[in-house]
Design a binder for this molecule. Structure first.
Ligand SMILES: Cc1cc2nc3c(=O)[nH]c(=O)nc-3n(C[C@H](O)[C@H](O)[C@H](O)COP(=O)(O)OP(=O)(O)OC[C@H]3O[C@@H](n4cnc5c(N)ncnc54)[C@H](O)[C@@H]3O)c2cc1C
Length: 373
């Protein structure tokens, strides 16, 4: 008998990684995206494989981050081999400027087995030429990926696995029988399935509100710029406050990011461009000689404390949700997808799912369509 079909609503990094995990487990999966899959926040991301200032986050974020930090190198190798596209996983390390929070950072490193060293920028001049002297924290094992390449590699791998990823496929509503999901309505057509996973990033909240879930997930805009510099100018990622620099393999340097409450407005602004450029050139003066070649923005799916919602609807069976990864969806992606697959397939979960439960969000008792749950 063929295995029942699983539908994924939303083809960002979370939806694509869920599809990948489930396809690896032998399940038939179809992904729908209202635009091009992987062109929203996931595409915009810097691709730093660690939360910024990781000691500030609650343990449930760190547990998922640890899974990502551990698994990305091997995952990127597989995706590269399957798709022919290199996601450019690079263990470039992260230099965090400033001595404040050193105690918290060192205690965090010791607790979670993540190397953190109190140091000075002077000791890292070979990695960051021209940087002013001062105290710093060095996280040598923090790696990066190039997010647009990661997404392309994931899509190529899914195609090789026989997973259909449909673009311009708007998921309009759920189908259900009794208290059980029966499929989706996509672009006006019914698609039957026994399981649905909602991975619609900041759009998840509005979709799920119709089915009695009110998750506190909303969009937070982030803007980035790319400076067309040359290989070798900067060799490590640098973090100061909420801004950072990421050196890519081709020598370009990405500077990010802003945190803005602008609803679903994804426009870029001159102000952010100037602010990010001034930050980059202030830290690494040699960057002033190179042009800004790109500017873009994405909408992060925020959540309280950055802890994603991963679980099954409390009353509508086989409706699963995986969203709210806020600033860390790339690094949290592999762990979140594995936990989701564990729950969908009834496997023993690799992490206790309780901290990610949907109940944290509160529930409406009446859906927008008037159906009571
Ligand atoms: C500027 C910036 C920098 C970042 N840097 C990092 C970083 O360095 N490291 C890191 O780990 N994270 C980073 N992030 C965070 C990360 O990008 C997000 O947490 C992550 O991409 C969220 O993935 P997602 O799949 O949930 O959402 P999305 O990428 O938004 O994907 C959701 C998808 O669902 C689709 N969709 C929505 N509604 C529907 C519907 N009704 N029907 C069909 N499809 C639908 C959308 O079109 C979209 O493609 C950054 C984010 C930004 C904006």
């Amino acid at each position: 008998m063929p295995k029942p079909h699983i539908l994924v609503a939303g083809g960002g990094v979370i939806g694509l990684l869920c599809a990948y995990e489930l396809a690896c487990a032998g399940r038939t999966v179809t992904v729908f995206d209202k635009g091009e899959a992987g062109r929203e926040a996931s595409w915009a991301a810097g691709g730093i494989l660690s939360p910024l200032h990781p000691w500030r986050y609650p343990a449930p974020v760190t547990w998922l981050a640890q899974a990502g930090m551990r698994d990305y190198a091997a995952l990127c190798k597989v995706l590269h081999a399957q798709s022919g596209i290199d996601p450019e996983w690079i263990p470039s390390g992260l230099l965090r400027l400033g001595e404040d929070e050193a105690d918290e950072a060192l205690a965090f490193g010791a607790r979670f087995g993540i190397p953190v060293e109190a140091t000075t920028t002077g000791r890292h001049r070979h990695l960051v030429p021209g940087v002013a002297d001062g105290p710093a924290l060095w996280l040598p094992e923090v790696a990066q990926v190039r997010s647009p390449r990661l997404l392309q590699a994931l899509k190529g791998t899914l195609a090789a696995q026989g997973v259909a990823v449909h673009a311009h496929a708007q998921v309009e509503r759920l189908l259900w029988r009794g208290n059980r999901v029966a499929g989706l309505v996509v672009n006006g057509e019914e698609v039957a399935a026994e399981t649905v996973i909602v991975t619609a990033g900041p759009w998840s909240q509005a979709f799920l509100a119709d089915y009695g879930l009110s998750l506190p997930v909303h969009p937070v805009r982030g803007q980035m710029i790319r400076i067309g510099s040359v290989p070798g100018l900067l060799k490590t990622m640098i973090l100061q406050g909420s801004h950072y620099l990421i050196p890519r393999r081709d020598g370009s340097v990405v500077a990010g990011s802003t945190l803005e409450e602008t609803g679903f407005d994804k426009a870029v602004t001159e102000e952010a461009r100037a602010q990010l450029h001034a930050f980059a050139c202030g830290l690494v003066p040699a960057l002033a000689a190179f042009p800004v070649t790109h500017q873009w923005a994405g909408l992060r799916p925020s959540s309280p404390e950055g802890i994603p919602f991963i679980g099954e609807h409390p009353e509508l069976n086989r409706l699963f949700v995986n969203t709210g990864h806020f600033r860390n969806g790339i690094v949290l992606g592999p762990g979140s997808a594995r936990l989701m697959a564990d729950l969908v397939l009834g496997r023993s979960p690799f992490l206790d799912p309780a901290p990610y439960g949907l109940e944290r969000g509160g529930r409406d008792t009446r859906s927008a369509s008037g159906v009571l749950y």
